[in-house]
Design a protein around this ligand. Structure first.
Ligand SMILES: CC(C)(COP(=O)(O)OP(=O)(O)OC[C@H]1O[C@@H](n2cnc3c(N)ncnc32)[C@H](O)[C@@H]1OP(=O)(O)O)[C@@H](O)C(=O)NCCC(=O)NCCS
Length: 153
C-alpha cells in the first residue's frame, strides 16, 4: 500500500479558483460554477481551507460561512484519488477548531440523505441529526441537517 501524500493546509486563494471549479465537476452532481466559487472567496464572514500535496495540487477543500454564532459548513470534498485517507476528517477538525477559537456555539451542515460516506464522517465527528428538509436539493433529493455543539451557550 502506498503512503498517503503529505499535505499542507492553507487558506483558499484566488489562484485556486480554476482547480476548485474542476474539482467541483469531479466531486458533485451539482457543482458550483467558477463565478460562484469566486463570489464565495470574496464574501464576508467566511472560513475556507484547502489541503494541497507537495506539488501544490488540490487534495481536499472546505468552505464555511459564519451565521451569527454558527459556522455553517457549505461544502467539503476530497478529490476521488485521495479519499479514505483522513483528509476530509482533518478539514472538518480544522473548521471545528476555528469555531472554538472564535467562540462559536455550533457547526451546522446539510447533507443528502443518500450520502452515506459523508453522513458517517459527520456522525463519527460527533454531529447529531437535528432535522430533515424535503426536496432541499435541485434534483428533488432530501437533506439531513446535522449540528455539532462546541460552545457553552
Ligand atoms: C465525504 C468526503 C468529503 C469524505 O472525505 P475523505 O477524505 O474520503 O474522508 P476521510 O478519509 O477523512 O474519512 C472520514 C470518515 O468518513 C467516513 N467515510 C469516508 N468514506 C467513506 C465511505 N466510502 N463509506 C463509508 N464511510 C466513509 C468514515 O467514517 C471515515 O472515518 P474512518 O476512516 O475512521 O472510518 C468524500 O467522500 C467526498 O469528497 N465526497 C464527495 C463530496 C461530498 O459528498 N461532500 C460532502 C457533502 S457537502
Amino acid at each position: 500500500m502506498t503512503d498517503p501524500p503529505r499535505v499542507s493546509l492553507r487558506p483558499i486563494r484566488p489562484g485556486d479558483v480554476r482547480a476548485l471549479a474542476a474539482a467541483e465537476l469531479e466531486c458533485f452532481d451539482d457543482p458550483w460554477p467558477e463565478p460562484y466559487v469566486v463570489s464565495e472567496l470574496i464574501a464576508p464572514g467566511r472560513f475556507h481551507r484547502i489541503l494541497v500535496d507537495p506539488a501544490g495540487m488540490l487534495v481536499s477543500y472546505l468552505f464555511s460561512a459564519w451565521q451569527y454564532l454558527d459556522l455553517h459548513i457549505l461544502k467539503i470534498a476530497t478529490l476521488p484519488a485521495h479519499r479514505g485517507l483522513g483528509f476530509g476528517r482533518r478539514l472538518m477538525i480544522v473548521a471545528e477548531e476555528h469555531a472554538v477559537e472564535m467562540a462559536g456555539e455550533t457547526l451546522t451542515l446539510e447533507v443528502r440523505t443518500t450520502n452515506t460516506p459523508a453522513i458517517r464522517m459527520y456522525e463519527s465527528l460527533g454531529y447529531d441529526r437535528v432535522g430533515h428538509r424535503l426536496a432541499y436539493y435541485t434534483d428533488g433529493s432530501d437533506a439531513l441537517i446535522m449540528t455539532k455543539r462546541v460552545g457553552v451557550g
